[in-house]
Write a protein of this length. Structure first.
Length: 116
């Protein structure tokens, strides 16, 4: 697993911007079944494992979904033309996970006997 920033698209899929050369993309192309560990805002907060089918979107198909990804994590961009140009220049790709199952949410934190 690797640390990523993720968003949710309008269809409830987890979306992750990346580069096509990354191992996670190569693995997704080879085997589209994936698991993600989604953590809360702090290190010892709750977490959940999410499983599903992963698809890779390459440019130019990925361009509009990359804009939606940005919007889902950061809101409106001050210059969408500049953002689109940067995504093309960087050769970005988008991973999209359709959730099929998830584990119970862990409450996080240390066991009481280790907290002291």
């Amino acid at each position: 697993m690797s640390l990523v920033t993720m968003g949710l698209d309008n269809e409830g899929r987890i979306v992750i911007a990346t580069y096509p050369q990354r191992v996670k993309v190569l693995n997704a192309r080879r085997n589209p079944v994936a698991s993600l560990l989604v953590m809360g805002d702090e290190f010892n907060s709750e977490w959940v494992q999410v499983d599903g089918d992963l698809e890779v979107l390459d440019l130019p198909e990925a361009l509009d979904p990359l804009c939606d990804y940005f919007r889902s994590i950061s809101g409106e961009h001050p210059d969408w033309d500049d953002y689109r140009s940067a995504m093309i220049q960087q050769g970005k790709a988008l991973l999209r996970l359709s959730i099929s199952s998830w584990s119970p949410i862990s409450q996080g934190g240390f066991p009481p006997h280790l907290a002291d």
